[in-house]
Design a protein around this ligand. Sequence first.
Ligand SMILES: C[S@@+](CC[C@H](N)C(=O)[O-])C[C@H]1O[C@@H](n2cnc3c(N)ncnc32)[C@H](O)[C@@H]1O
Length: 291
Amino acid sequence: MSKDGAFDLASGLGGKIEKKQVLSAVDKYEKYHVSFGGEEEERKANYTDMVNKYYDLVTSFYEFGWGESFHFAHRWKGESLRESIKRHEHFLALQLGLKRGQKVLDVGCGIGGPLREIARFSSTCVTGLNNNEYQISRGTEVNRITGVDKTCNFVKLGCYQEIYRVLKPGQYFAAYEWCMTASFDPNNQDHQKIKVIWDKDLAADSPVPWYLPLDKSHFSLTGFRLTAIGRFITKNMVKALEFVGLAPEGSQRVQNFLEKAAEGLVEGGKREIFTPMYFFLARKPLAANQE
Ligand SMILES: C[S@@+](CC[C@H](N)C(=O)[O-])C[C@H]1O[C@@H](n2cnc3c(N)ncnc32)[C@H](O)[C@@H]1O
Protein backbone atom coordinates (compact mmCIF):
# COMPACT_ATOMS: atom_id res chain seq x y z
CA MET A 1 0.00 0.00 0.00
CA SER A 2 3.06 2.22 -0.28
CA LYS A 3 2.96 5.26 -2.48
CA ASP A 4 5.53 3.84 -4.80
CA GLY A 5 5.03 5.54 -8.18
CA ALA A 6 7.30 8.23 -9.61
CA PHE A 7 4.67 10.93 -9.05
CA ASP A 8 4.12 9.78 -5.47
CA LEU A 9 7.84 10.09 -4.93
CA ALA A 10 7.78 13.64 -6.32
CA SER A 11 4.66 14.79 -4.48
CA GLY A 12 5.70 13.34 -1.10
CA LEU A 13 9.25 14.63 -1.31
CA GLY A 14 9.89 17.09 1.50
CA GLY A 15 7.09 15.74 3.69
CA LYS A 16 5.58 18.58 5.72
CA ILE A 17 8.19 21.06 4.49
CA GLU A 18 6.77 23.66 2.08
CA LYS A 19 7.90 22.72 -1.43
CA LYS A 20 9.69 26.06 -1.82
CA GLN A 21 11.57 25.44 1.43
CA VAL A 22 12.91 21.98 0.52
CA LEU A 23 16.20 23.27 -0.88
CA SER A 24 16.97 25.34 2.23
CA ALA A 25 15.96 22.36 4.43
CA VAL A 26 18.44 20.16 2.54
CA ASP A 27 21.09 22.84 3.07
CA LYS A 28 20.35 23.04 6.78
CA TYR A 29 20.24 19.25 7.17
CA GLU A 30 23.58 18.79 5.39
CA LYS A 31 25.21 21.52 7.50
CA TYR A 32 24.51 19.54 10.68
CA HIS A 33 27.19 17.09 9.50
CA VAL A 34 30.93 17.41 9.99
CA SER A 35 31.59 16.73 6.30
CA PHE A 36 29.57 19.89 5.52
CA GLY A 37 31.28 21.98 8.23
CA GLY A 38 28.78 21.13 11.02
CA GLU A 39 29.69 21.26 14.72
CA GLU A 40 28.95 18.37 17.08
CA GLU A 41 27.49 20.66 19.77
CA GLU A 42 25.15 22.34 17.31
CA ARG A 43 24.01 18.93 16.05
CA LYS A 44 23.40 17.61 19.58
CA ALA A 45 21.43 20.72 20.53
CA ASN A 46 19.22 20.35 17.47
CA TYR A 47 18.76 16.60 17.18
CA THR A 48 14.96 16.77 16.96
CA ASP A 49 15.12 19.26 14.12
CA MET A 50 17.81 17.24 12.34
CA VAL A 51 15.89 13.93 12.65
CA ASN A 52 12.63 15.54 11.59
CA LYS A 53 14.20 17.21 8.55
CA TYR A 54 15.79 13.89 7.61
CA TYR A 55 12.50 11.98 7.71
CA ASP A 56 10.57 14.75 5.94
CA LEU A 57 13.14 14.64 3.15
CA VAL A 58 13.61 10.88 2.79
CA THR A 59 10.27 9.22 3.58
CA SER A 60 8.95 9.18 0.03
CA PHE A 61 12.30 7.75 -1.20
CA TYR A 62 12.06 5.01 1.45
CA GLU A 63 8.52 4.14 0.35
CA PHE A 64 9.57 4.18 -3.30
CA GLY A 65 12.59 1.94 -2.85
CA TRP A 66 11.99 -0.14 0.28
CA GLY A 67 8.23 -0.21 0.99
CA GLU A 68 6.08 0.52 4.05
CA SER A 69 8.54 -0.85 6.64
CA PHE A 70 11.83 0.94 7.03
CA HIS A 71 14.00 -1.76 8.58
CA PHE A 72 16.41 -4.51 7.55
CA ALA A 73 15.81 -8.18 8.33
CA HIS A 74 17.47 -11.52 8.91
CA ARG A 75 16.95 -13.25 5.55
CA TRP A 76 16.98 -16.82 4.31
CA LYS A 77 18.16 -17.86 0.85
CA GLY A 78 15.24 -17.85 -1.60
CA GLU A 79 13.32 -15.35 0.51
CA SER A 80 12.49 -11.96 -1.00
CA LEU A 81 13.33 -8.78 0.91
CA ARG A 82 9.61 -8.10 1.53
CA GLU A 83 9.04 -11.65 2.81
CA SER A 84 12.00 -11.39 5.18
CA ILE A 85 10.75 -8.04 6.48
CA LYS A 86 7.29 -9.45 7.22
CA ARG A 87 8.77 -12.59 8.82
CA HIS A 88 10.88 -10.38 11.06
CA GLU A 89 7.77 -8.47 12.16
CA HIS A 90 6.06 -11.78 13.00
CA PHE A 91 9.18 -12.76 14.97
CA LEU A 92 8.85 -9.56 17.05
CA ALA A 93 5.18 -10.32 17.77
CA LEU A 94 6.08 -13.87 18.85
CA GLN A 95 8.95 -12.71 21.07
CA LEU A 96 6.63 -10.29 22.83
CA GLY A 97 4.06 -13.09 23.26
CA LEU A 98 1.32 -10.84 21.90
CA LYS A 99 -2.24 -12.03 22.50
CA ARG A 100 -5.54 -11.02 20.88
CA GLY A 101 -6.81 -7.64 22.12
CA GLN A 102 -3.61 -6.54 23.89
CA LYS A 103 -2.54 -2.90 23.63
CA VAL A 104 0.90 -2.46 22.12
CA LEU A 105 3.17 0.56 21.57
CA ASP A 106 5.46 0.86 18.59
CA VAL A 107 8.09 3.44 19.51
CA GLY A 108 9.56 5.22 16.48
CA CYS A 109 7.03 3.68 14.11
CA GLY A 110 7.78 5.31 10.74
CA ILE A 111 4.67 5.24 8.56
CA GLY A 112 3.46 2.14 10.40
CA GLY A 113 4.42 -0.76 8.11
CA PRO A 114 5.56 -2.97 11.05
CA LEU A 115 2.67 -1.79 13.21
CA ARG A 116 0.01 -2.83 10.68
CA GLU A 117 1.61 -6.20 10.02
CA ILE A 118 2.00 -6.96 13.74
CA ALA A 119 -1.60 -5.86 14.48
CA ARG A 120 -2.95 -8.12 11.71
CA PHE A 121 -0.69 -11.03 12.67
CA SER A 122 -1.48 -10.95 16.41
CA SER A 123 -4.97 -9.35 16.49
CA THR A 124 -3.68 -6.62 18.80
CA CYS A 125 -4.32 -2.87 18.96
CA VAL A 126 -1.14 -0.97 18.18
CA THR A 127 -0.39 2.70 18.77
CA GLY A 128 2.56 4.10 16.91
CA LEU A 129 4.63 6.83 18.54
CA ASN A 130 6.59 9.11 16.30
CA ASN A 131 7.79 12.69 16.38
CA ASN A 132 7.51 13.17 12.62
CA GLU A 133 4.22 14.71 11.58
CA TYR A 134 4.47 13.77 7.91
CA GLN A 135 5.01 10.10 8.69
CA ILE A 136 2.02 10.15 11.03
CA SER A 137 -0.20 11.61 8.32
CA ARG A 138 1.01 9.00 5.81
CA GLY A 139 0.56 6.22 8.36
CA THR A 140 -2.96 7.36 9.21
CA GLU A 141 -3.85 7.39 5.52
CA VAL A 142 -2.49 3.86 4.97
CA ASN A 143 -4.23 2.59 8.14
CA ARG A 144 -7.51 3.83 6.69
CA ILE A 145 -6.87 2.36 3.23
CA THR A 146 -5.89 -1.04 4.66
CA GLY A 147 -8.79 -1.04 7.16
CA VAL A 148 -6.75 -1.28 10.38
CA ASP A 149 -7.79 2.20 11.51
CA LYS A 150 -10.24 0.79 14.09
CA THR A 151 -7.44 -0.92 16.02
CA CYS A 152 -4.30 1.07 15.16
CA ASN A 153 -3.48 4.73 15.53
CA PHE A 154 -0.59 7.18 15.90
CA VAL A 155 0.47 9.69 18.51
CA LYS A 156 2.98 12.44 17.86
CA LEU A 157 5.53 12.22 20.65
CA GLY A 158 9.29 12.32 21.16
CA CYS A 159 9.17 9.29 23.29
CA TYR A 160 12.04 6.98 24.17
CA GLN A 161 12.13 8.04 27.84
CA GLU A 162 8.48 6.94 28.22
CA ILE A 163 9.02 3.22 27.58
CA TYR A 164 9.67 2.17 31.19
CA ARG A 165 6.86 4.34 32.57
CA VAL A 166 4.10 3.02 30.31
CA LEU A 167 5.10 -0.65 30.39
CA LYS A 168 2.96 -2.72 32.80
CA PRO A 169 4.95 -4.76 35.35
CA GLY A 170 5.80 -8.16 33.89
CA GLN A 171 5.28 -6.99 30.31
CA TYR A 172 7.82 -6.96 27.51
CA PHE A 173 9.76 -4.53 25.37
CA ALA A 174 11.54 -5.70 22.21
CA ALA A 175 13.87 -3.46 20.28
CA TYR A 176 15.57 -3.66 16.96
CA GLU A 177 18.19 -1.00 16.58
CA TRP A 178 20.94 0.20 14.31
CA CYS A 179 23.51 0.14 17.10
CA MET A 180 24.04 0.18 20.87
CA THR A 181 24.89 3.65 22.13
CA ALA A 182 28.01 4.32 24.14
CA SER A 183 25.85 5.93 26.84
CA PHE A 184 24.51 2.56 28.04
CA ASP A 185 26.07 1.94 31.45
CA PRO A 186 25.72 -1.60 32.82
CA ASN A 187 26.34 -0.25 36.35
CA ASN A 188 23.58 2.32 36.15
CA GLN A 189 20.54 1.12 38.16
CA ASP A 190 18.09 3.06 35.99
CA HIS A 191 19.46 1.37 32.89
CA GLN A 192 19.07 -2.00 34.61
CA LYS A 193 15.44 -1.54 35.66
CA ILE A 194 14.18 -3.33 32.59
CA LYS A 195 15.82 -6.75 32.59
CA VAL A 196 17.26 -7.85 29.27
CA ILE A 197 16.14 -11.44 28.65
CA TRP A 198 18.13 -12.08 25.54
CA ASP A 199 19.93 -10.07 22.91
CA LYS A 200 21.67 -10.84 19.69
CA ASP A 201 22.99 -9.25 16.54
CA LEU A 202 20.61 -10.90 14.06
CA ALA A 203 22.96 -9.95 11.22
CA ALA A 204 25.57 -12.38 12.54
CA ASP A 205 23.88 -15.56 11.22
CA SER A 206 21.70 -14.19 8.44
CA PRO A 207 22.25 -16.50 5.42
CA VAL A 208 21.64 -13.51 3.12
CA PRO A 209 23.63 -10.42 4.21
CA TRP A 210 21.34 -7.56 5.31
CA TYR A 211 23.15 -5.08 3.05
CA LEU A 212 22.75 -7.15 -0.13
CA PRO A 213 19.71 -5.19 -1.45
CA LEU A 214 21.83 -2.01 -1.31
CA ASP A 215 24.99 -3.58 -2.77
CA LYS A 216 25.43 -2.23 -6.29
CA SER A 217 27.25 -5.35 -7.44
CA HIS A 218 24.12 -7.42 -6.70
CA PHE A 219 21.22 -7.68 -9.15
CA SER A 220 17.66 -8.57 -8.23
CA LEU A 221 14.44 -8.36 -10.22
CA THR A 222 12.21 -8.15 -7.15
CA GLY A 223 14.37 -5.42 -5.62
CA PHE A 224 15.12 -3.78 -8.97
CA ARG A 225 14.79 -0.18 -7.73
CA LEU A 226 17.63 -0.75 -5.27
CA THR A 227 20.04 -2.18 -7.84
CA ALA A 228 22.71 -0.12 -9.65
CA ILE A 229 20.52 0.19 -12.78
CA GLY A 230 17.39 0.88 -10.73
CA ARG A 231 19.17 3.61 -8.80
CA PHE A 232 20.58 5.09 -12.01
CA ILE A 233 17.04 5.26 -13.44
CA THR A 234 15.65 6.79 -10.23
CA LYS A 235 18.48 9.35 -10.18
CA ASN A 236 17.66 10.52 -13.70
CA MET A 237 13.94 10.37 -13.07
CA VAL A 238 14.31 12.60 -10.00
CA LYS A 239 16.53 14.94 -12.04
CA ALA A 240 13.82 15.18 -14.74
CA LEU A 241 11.00 15.59 -12.19
CA GLU A 242 12.95 18.37 -10.48
CA PHE A 243 13.76 20.00 -13.83
CA VAL A 244 10.08 20.17 -14.89
CA GLY A 245 9.06 21.38 -11.42
CA LEU A 246 7.10 18.28 -10.33
CA ALA A 247 9.63 17.49 -7.63
CA PRO A 248 10.85 20.36 -5.41
CA GLU A 249 14.23 21.97 -5.86
CA GLY A 250 16.75 20.06 -3.72
CA SER A 251 15.29 16.61 -4.53
CA GLN A 252 18.44 15.42 -6.31
CA ARG A 253 20.51 16.38 -3.29
CA VAL A 254 18.32 14.23 -1.06
CA GLN A 255 18.92 11.34 -3.44
CA ASN A 256 22.65 12.04 -3.35
CA PHE A 257 22.90 11.86 0.43
CA LEU A 258 20.79 8.69 0.50
CA GLU A 259 23.12 7.21 -2.10
CA LYS A 260 26.13 8.06 0.09
CA ALA A 261 24.39 6.56 3.11
CA ALA A 262 23.69 3.34 1.16
CA GLU A 263 27.35 3.08 0.16
CA GLY A 264 28.39 3.60 3.79
CA LEU A 265 25.96 0.94 5.00
CA VAL A 266 27.25 -1.62 2.48
CA GLU A 267 30.84 -0.84 3.42
CA GLY A 268 30.06 -1.08 7.15
CA GLY A 269 28.19 -4.35 6.57
CA LYS A 270 30.95 -5.93 4.51
CA ARG A 271 33.56 -5.06 7.15
CA GLU A 272 31.19 -6.23 9.89
CA ILE A 273 31.78 -3.07 11.89
CA PHE A 274 28.14 -2.04 11.92
CA THR A 275 24.78 -3.74 12.30
CA PRO A 276 21.28 -2.34 11.77
CA MET A 277 19.82 -5.49 13.35
CA TYR A 278 20.71 -5.52 17.03
CA PHE A 279 17.76 -7.20 18.76
CA PHE A 280 16.96 -7.38 22.45
CA LEU A 281 13.98 -8.54 24.44
CA ALA A 282 13.51 -6.97 27.87
CA ARG A 283 10.92 -7.34 30.61
CA LYS A 284 9.77 -4.91 33.27
CA PRO A 285 9.97 -6.72 36.65
CA LEU A 286 6.64 -7.46 38.38
CA ALA A 287 7.73 -5.38 41.38
CA ALA A 288 10.82 -3.34 42.20
CA ASN A 289 12.48 -6.25 44.11
CA GLN A 290 11.32 -9.09 41.82
CA GLU A 291 13.20 -10.61 38.91
C1 LIG B 1 14.39 4.04 10.79
S1 LIG B 1 12.80 4.67 11.12
C2 LIG B 1 12.03 3.14 11.53
C3 LIG B 1 10.54 3.19 11.39
C4 LIG B 1 9.80 1.90 11.73
N1 LIG B 1 10.20 1.33 12.99
C5 LIG B 1 9.96 0.90 10.62
O1 LIG B 1 10.74 -0.06 10.80
O2 LIG B 1 9.32 1.05 9.59
C6 LIG B 1 12.96 5.48 12.73
C7 LIG B 1 11.67 6.17 13.21
O3 LIG B 1 11.84 6.67 14.53
C8 LIG B 1 11.27 7.99 14.62
N2 LIG B 1 11.96 8.69 15.71
C9 LIG B 1 13.27 9.02 15.76
N3 LIG B 1 13.55 9.63 16.94
C10 LIG B 1 12.38 9.65 17.65
C11 LIG B 1 12.01 10.13 18.95
N4 LIG B 1 12.89 10.69 19.74
N5 LIG B 1 10.74 9.99 19.34
C12 LIG B 1 9.82 9.41 18.51
N6 LIG B 1 10.11 8.93 17.29
C13 LIG B 1 11.38 9.06 16.86
C14 LIG B 1 11.48 8.58 13.24
O4 LIG B 1 10.62 9.66 12.97
C15 LIG B 1 11.20 7.34 12.37
O5 LIG B 1 9.84 7.21 12.16
